[in-house]
Ligand binder design. Structure first.
Ligand code: NAD
Ligand code: TDX
Length: 339
């Protein structure tokens, strides 16, 4: 199988590239990535010399470029991870989210329609369902939950999902969509909660918790997300949506306290700061469909996954120190009120 993996120099896409080359040695992987601020060649360094792997730098929203790539490479399967992925950035500047997440997806879908594909898989998010109340712990997002987005990011992801469904219905394109809860693990960009807190705590910098830290996220170790997508592209039913989550809900404050304790730091580092506008209260996935249909189960519990993640950041300081020294620096200083 020849896979075109877009966004493979990012967090989840990078982990997915590593998994495919490790687990499916007969497959060939082409990674297409624009190397935005969030893309990182160093994430792919361990596979750059693999003869079953090729990296191509390019923009999924560049129609002529993408069509040429399809003509030359003729991929069998496309897995689309490429996106602008950070909610806070979408609040500051929404436009690039529409361009990449919606227009980029439409270009990829058109390329698949014109040149043919055996499967187009869209990596989506539980954020398209909006949020759940904090005081109703028995409520979960199912695949039937209506789309009800809160941020420009989630609106752009929902727009992309609707396009994918339209291409299935109108053109019969063989598509699948997965909607996963919050991921954590190696190669996670340090603008997101868990890596931000780990890297800042390691530098003894203040840890900014939005509001009261009472918002709830449903955390899944990235390798479990990748195993679910791997199953869906090989055995999932065409035209279907699959929710992915491991029933691991935690308040943000509890996650930050776990990190602080694991690193032996003081809780005095925690600072409650202004809340995110439109901040979703709670995400919680019901993964019954993927468990029953495809037999998927997560294998990494949070207590184990967070230790592995912290250990990874401790052992890969050059990876994140390089990021902290570059273009990201100004965004970080702005978010921390230093600019
Ligand atoms: P990320 O920001 O770490 O990586 C995104 C990658 O896409 C980067 O390598 C970037 O260079 C690339 N990219 C951006 N714009 C591009 C363009 N126009 N053309 C080509 N490449 C481009 O994101 P992530 O956290 O790895 O998320 C990957 C996907 O998974 C996204 O679609 C996101 O919506 C979805 N998702 C993420 C989470 C999560 O918790 N991180 C949860 C559910 C779903
Ligand atoms: O400094 C912070 N302080 C803080 O309290 C940051 C960066 C975040 N938070 C809070 C906001 C959220 O409630 O932590 C929670 C997690 O925030 P993010 O890491 O920004 O993730 P979230 O907004 O939940 O979105 C993530 O999960 C769904 C990914 O970034 C999305 O790409 C994915 O679709």
């Amino acid at each position: 199988m020849k896979l075109l993996i877009t966004g493979g120099a990012g967090f989840i896409g990078g982990n997915f590239v590593h998994r495919i080359l490790r687990q499916h040695t007969e497959d060939t992987v082409i990674c297409l990535d624009a190397l935005t601020y969030a893309g990182n060649r160093e994430t792919l360094a361990p596979v750059m010399d693999n003869s079953h792997f090729a990296f191509i730098k390019g923009d999924i929203a560049d129609r002529a470029f993408v069509y040429h790539l399809f003509e030359v490479e003729k991929p069998d399967v496309l897995v689309n991870f490429a996106a602008e992925s950070h909610v806070d950035r979408s609040i500051i500047d929404p436009e690039i989210f529409l361009r990449t997440n919606i227009m980029g997806t439409s270009v990829l879908l058109d390329a698949c329609r014109i040149y043919g594909i055996t499967r187009y898989h869209q990596v989506s998010t539980d954020e398209v369902y909006g949020d759940l109340p904090l005081d109703k712990p028995d409520q979960f997002f199912t695949e039937e939950t209506p789309l009800h987005t809160s941020s420009p990011y989630s609106a752009s992801k929902a727009g992309a999902d609707l396009l994918v469904q339209a291409y299935y219905r109108t053109y019969g394109l063989p598509v699948t969509i997965s909607r996963c809860s919050n991921n954590y693990g190696p190669y996670h960009f340090p603008e997101k909660l868990i890596p931000l807190m780990i890297t800042r705590a390691l530098q003894d910098k203040p840890l900014p918790v939005y509001g009261k830290g009472a918002n709830v996220r449903d955390w899944l170790y990235v390798e479990d997300h990748c195993s679910a997508i791997d199953l869906i592209i090989r055995s999932g039913r065409v035209g279907e949506i699959y929710n992915i989550g491991g029933h691991n809900e935690q308040t943000n404050l509890s996650v930050v306290q776990t990190i602080v304790q694991a690193l032996g730091k003081s809780e005095d580092l925690i600072q409650f700061v202004a809340d995110r506008p439109g901040h979703d209260r709670r995400y919680a996935i019901d993964p019954t469909k993927i468990r029953k249909e495809l037999g998927w189960e997560p294998t990494t519990r949070f207590t184990e996954g967070i230790q592995k993640t912290i250990a990874w950041y401790l052992n890969h300081k050059p990876w994140w120190e390089h990021i902290l020294s570059g273009e990201y620096k100004n965004y970080d200083r702005k978010m921390q009120g230093e600019l």
